[in-house]
Design a protein around this ligand. Structure first.
Ligand code: SF4
Length: 293
């Protein structure tokens, strides 16, 4: 397999076949991120991609789901993606879905008819790190799009019947602003249909803009209990039927809930953590984290 760099895939894609389509990120400007600082965006040649498909076919001829690597392979324009997607079916006849990371910016370069065609070619399951659904926080994190962009672009995905998942990041709004961010974000998400929401929590790493801003005093990170209250607020205000997973390493307390059914239980579990665990213990946990997850 032609893996030229580290690969990142969400926990929930653990059972998917991973194949390199791209590496790196087309954007590289989010203020919390240092994931791809050494890796310029790269598209694998079709010949290499085909060799990898042949290898997957040898070991998993009945693979049903592929996950394409890179921070945002969906940045490729429709005409660039098309030959790769069509080739997949030449090798893996049982492949039903082709998932990948995508940014809101990457949907903007596609018309609705193109999204529908991509869906017909198997694209389904876009992991979108919106991180927040309010303009103040999106701007602070330099995400490069607005809440209105999220609405418009994800409505296109809804119309094309492409399933998508959101990543929300607690702590991103900074000290004192997290509950507001959660409430505004929930109000936005309630107008859309993410199949599930995965929650991570901000950790400040070297070689990021936030790292410099913290040192200069222009960004004050929120405390850990504020982030857990933020998660409670998000859960409290989400009115859609969805799964919520806040169980990656960056969350001090792992939790998963099917909403709205398990709302009260999840909020109570988080309250127990707030009531029983000292803030210092949570801070020690955060200081031990070494990578963005
Ligand atoms: S968070 Fe994603 S889109 Fe932003 S710089 Fe990092 S890899 Fe690129």
């Amino acid at each position: 397999m032609h893996f030229t760099t580290r690969t990142w895939r969400p926990n929930y894609e653990a059972n998917s076949c991973i194949i390199q389509l791209t590496s790196g990120c087309t954007y590289q400007k989010c203020h919390f991120c240092n994931l791809y600082e050494q890796e310029p965006f790269h598209l694998s040649p079709l010949s290499e991609f085909e060799e990898d498909l042949a290898e997957i076919k040898k070991y998993q001829p009945y693979a049903r789901r592929l996950f394409l690597t890179g921070a945002n392979p969906f940045a490729l324009h429709y005409e660039q993606l098309k030959p790769y997607l069509l080739t997949i079916r030449d090798y893996l006849i049982k492949c039903q879905t082709i998932a990948m990371f995508a940014s809101i910016r990457d949907i903007q370069n596609k018309e609705l008819w193109q999204l529908k065609k991509l869906r017909a070619m198997g694209v389904n399951g876009l992991s979108i790190g919106i991180e927040s659904g309010e303009d103040e926080t999106l701007l602070l994190a330099n995400k490069g799009y607005t809440a209105q962009d999220i609405l418009e672009q994800c409505r296109k995905l809804d119309a094309a019947e492409i399933e998508y998942y959101f990543v929300y990041m607690t702590g991103l709004a900074g000290k004192g602003a997290c509950l507001r961010n959660a409430e505004n974000s929930a109000n936005l998400i309630n107008q859309l249909h993410p199949y599930f929401i995965s929650v991570t929590s901000l950790t400040i790493f070297p070689h990021t803009k936030f790292f410099d801003m913290v040192r200069q005093g222009s960004f004050v990170p929120s405390g850990e209990k504020e982030r857990i209250r933020e998660l409670q607020t998000l859960i409290q205000n989400l009115q859609i039927r969805t799964h919520l997973f806040a169980n990656s390493k960056s969350n001090f307390y792992p939790i998963a809930a099917y909403l709205p059914k398990e709302r009260d239980f999840a909020i109570q579990q988080l309250q127990d953590v707030i009531d029983t665990v000292p803030e210092e213990e949570m801070e020690r946990y955060r200081n031990m984290l070494r990578s963005l997850e």
